[in-house]
Design a protein around this ligand. Structure first.
Ligand code: SAM
Length: 374
C-alpha cells in the first residue's frame, strides 16, 4: 500500500482584531492556481495545511497581515521534564534549525509542566545533546538568521505542541524601509486598512495619505499584490526547505495600475518616503494638510493614521482633530476619508460613518473609520 504523504501545518499568528482581514487575504491567495492545494483550517486559529512544503512555506512571502508563521513539528504527551527531554532529543532538529542560538516561547494551560525556565532548560539540553550526537553540516554554520529561530512549546492538557517560527524578523517588517519616521504604523495594520478600503471603494482609486509619516499606508497600497522578496525569512535556511526542488511561482498578472500621493508636514519624513518608495507611482509633497488646496484628481480616497497618543502631540483636542481631518478631506474634494484612531474618539454626527471592528494596536484598541462624502 502506498504511504500517505505527510500533511504539513503552518500556524499564522495575527494581531487581535485583524483575523477577519487575514482570513480574506488568505482566501484570495489560495484562489490562485499555484496555492490551490493549500487548505485553510479555522478550527484552532488560522492554520494552512498542505502536503507540498515548498508551496506551503511560499505563502509566507505573499501574506501581508500575519505577524508570524509557525511550522508545526510534533505533538506529544509530556507530563514531566524527563519525558519532555526524551521526546525532544528525538526531533530531527538538523532538518530545521542548524544553529546553536535559539529563542523559546512557552505557554501552558491545564498541564503539569508549566514552569517556563525548567521547560526551556530541558529543551536547550535536548537540542544540545542531539547536536553533540549528530552535528549539523559545517556549511550550515555559515547561514545568517535575521532573528534567532524561535521554538514554541505550547502545553494544553499535558499535550505538548512543538512549532518553529519560520519568519525570522516579524512578517510586517517588509525590508524596504530604510528610513523610518516617528511612530510608524505596523505594515500589517496598513495592509489590513488597505483591505478595508478596497472592500468599500471601487477598484483603481487614487490614494492620498496627507500625514504620511514614513509612508506605510501608501506603500502597502502600492505593493499589495507583490510577493515580498526584499527580505530574508528563517524558513529559507531550513535544510528541509533547501532540499526541496524550487517551483516557479506563476500568478495571474495584475491589471490594476495604482497611483498614490503622500504628504507630510515634516521634511525628514518627506525625505524618508522618497528614499523608501522612489521606484513607485507616488507623488510626494511637503506641507500642512490643513492648508492643502483643492485636489486636482477626481475620486481621491484619503487615508491616514492620525497623530495621537504620547509619542506624537497635536496642538488640538484629539476629538476636534479627527473632525477637522474629515471636514478638510471633504472640503478639498475627496470621495471618502479613512482614519486609524482609538475607538473612543468621538466623531461628529454630520459625517456618514462606517467603522471596522476593533483592533488591538499594542494595547490600544483602535478602529478604521470611514467618512463618505458622496
Ligand atoms: C502617526 S504619524 C503617521 C505615521 C505613518 N502612518 C507611518 O506609518 O509612518 C502622523 C504624521 O502626521 C504628520 N503631521 C502631523 N500634523 C500634520 C499636518 N497638519 N499636516 C501634515 N502632516 C502632519 C506628522 O509629521 C507625522 O509624520
Amino acid at each position: 500500500m502506498q504511504k500517505a504523504s505527510k500533511i504539513y501545518e503552518l500556524f499564522l499568528s495575527v494581531t487581535p482584531g485583524l483575523e477577519v482581514f487575514a482570513k480574506e487575504e488568505i482566501k484570495d491567495l489560495l484562489s490562485s492556481e499555484f496555492f490551490s492545494e493549500v487548505v485553510l483550517d479555522l478550527e484552532d486559529g488560522l492554520t494552512l495545511k498542505s502536503s507540498d512544503l515548498f508551496v506551503l512555506l511560499t505563502t509566507i512571502k505573499f501574506l501581508k497581515i500575519p505577524t508570524r508563521a509557525l511550522l508545526r513539528i510534533e505533538e506529544f504527551k509530556a507530563r514531566d521534564l524527563p519525558k519532555l527531554y526524551k521526546k525532544l532529543t528525538k526531533i530531527n532538529w538538523n532538518e530545521y534549525i542548524p544553529t546553536t542560538e535559539n529563542d523559546f516561547k512557552v505557554s501552558s494551560h491545564n498541564s503539569r509542566l508549566f514552569d517556563d525556565r525548567k521547560i526551556i532548560k530541558a529543551t536547550k539540553d535536548a537540542i544540545s545533546d542531539y547536536q553533540k550526537a549528530q552535528p549539523f553540516k559545517a556549511k550550515y554554520s555559515q547561514l545568517e538568521w535575521s532573528h534567532p529561530p524561535i521554538i514554541f512549546l505550547r502545553f494544553e492538557e499535558d499535550m505538548c505542541q512543538l512549532s518553529i517560527d519560520c519568519s525570522g524578523e516579524r512578517l510586517d517588517k517588509r525590508g524596504h524601509k530604510i528610513l523610518s519616521a516617528k511612530a510608524p504604523m505596523r505594515e500589517s495594520l496598513g495592509a489590513a486598512l488597505i483591505r478595508f478600503i478596497n472592500e468599500n471603494e471601487d477598484s483603481d482609486y487614487p490614494l492620498l495619505d496627507p500625514m504620511a509619516g514614513s509612508g506605510t499606508i501608501v506603500s502597502e497600497y502600492l505593493l499589495q499584490d507583490e510577493l515580498n522578496n526584499k527580505r530574508a525569512y528563517n524558513f529559507e535556511n531550513f535544510p528541509i526547505f533547501r532540499k526541496l526542488p524550487a517551483k516557479k511561482i506563476e500568478m495571474a498578472p495584475i491589471e490594476i495600475t495604482r497611483k498614490a500621493f503622500a504628504n507630510d508636514i515634516n521634511q525628514d519624513n518627506i525625505k524618508a518616503i522618497k528614499k523608501n518608495l522612489e521606484q513607485y507611482n507616488l507623488e510626494v509633497t511637503h506641507g500642512d494638510f490643513f492648508k492643502m488646496k483643492e485636489l486636482n484628481h477626481d475620486n481621491i480616497i484619503i487615508a491616514c493614521n492620525l497623530p495621537y497618543g504620547k509619542r506624537i502631540k497635536t496642538q488640538k483636542n484629539i476629538h476636534d482633530f479627527v473632525n477637522d481631518f474629515f471636514s478638510k478631506a471633504q472640503q478639498i474634494g475627496a470621495k471618502s476619508a479613512y482614519a486609524v484612531i482609538p475607538e473612543t474618539f468621538i466623531i461628529d454626527k454630520k459625517f456618514k460613518i462606517l467603522r471596522s471592528q476593533r483592533i488591538n494596536n499594542g494595547g490600544i484598541w483602535i478602529q478604521f473609520v470611514r467618512a463618505s462624502f458622496i
